[in-house]
Design a protein around this ligand. Structure first.
Ligand SMILES: [Fe+2]
Ligand SMILES: [Fe+2]
Length: 169
C-alpha cells in the first residue's frame, strides 16, 4: 500500500526509505520477541526442583509480556505500511536458551534469559536511536518496551547473584 500524499512525518511518501529501514528493524524485533516466547514457554515448563519454582513463575509471567511486545511490534509494522511476516521467514537464533542437559540446571536458564534480554536491550536501543526525531511514535513505543526488558534483565541478574552468593556455580 502506498502512503497518502497528505501525510506528514514518517508516513509521508518522501520518507519511504526511512520507513522501510524502520520496518526492517521492527521485523527483527518482532522475531526476537516470538523466539523469546518459544524459549520462555519451554523454560517455564522444563525445570525440576524446589529452587526452580521462582524462575518458572517469573518466566510464565514474562511469556505474556513478550507476546504483548510481539503484537506491539507487529501493529507498528502495519501502521508503517509494512506486512507482518509469516512463520516460514522465521530463523532461530537463541542457541543459549535451549534446554540444559539437566533440568535442575537453573544457572543455564538464568544466564540464557539474561543473554536474550541483553540482545533485546541492544536492538531496542538501536531502534530508539534510529527513530529519534524521525518517527516519534515508534520511538515512544520502543522506549516503553525497553523499560520492560531492562526490568526483566535486572530481575534475572538478581537470581544469578543469589545462586553465586550460595556458591551454586
Ligand atoms: Fe520483550
Ligand atoms: Fe523481556
Amino acid at each position: 500500500m502506498s502512503a497518502p500524499t497528505t501525510a506528514r512525518g514518517i508516513l509521508s511518501p518522501d520518507r519511504t526509505e526511512q520507513r522501510e529501514e524502520i520496518i526492517r528493524m521492527l521485523t527483527k524485533a518482532y522475531w526476537m520477541e516470538i523466539e523469546t516466547v518459544m524459549s520462555y514457554v519451554a523454560n517455564s515448563i522444563n525445570p525440576d526442583g524446589v529452587r526452580a519454582q521462582e524462575i518458572i513463575e517469573s518466566l510464565h509471567e514474562d511469556v505474556d509480556e513478550e507476546l504483548g511486545h510481539a503484537r506491539q511490534f507487529g501493529e507498528r509494522i502495519k501502521e508503517l505500511y509494512g506486512v507482518v511476516p509469516g512463520s516460514m521467514d522465521f530463523q532461530a537464533e537463541q542457541s543459549y536458551l535451549q534446554p540444559p542437559e539437566h533440568q535442575t540446571d537453573m544457572v543455564h536458564v538464568i544466564k540464557g534469559v539474561i543473554e536474550a534480554e541483553t540482545g533485546a536491550i541492544d536492538h531496542y536501543n538501536a531502534i530508539i536511536e534510529a527513530t529519534d526525531g524521525v518517527d516519534p511514535v515508534t520511538n515512544d513505543m520502543v522506549i516503553e518496551i525497553l523499560h520492560d526488558e531492562e526490568q526483566h534483565r535486572r530481575l534475572f541478574e538478581g537470581y544469578l547473584r543469589e545462586y553465586q552468593a550460595e556458591g551454586a556455580i
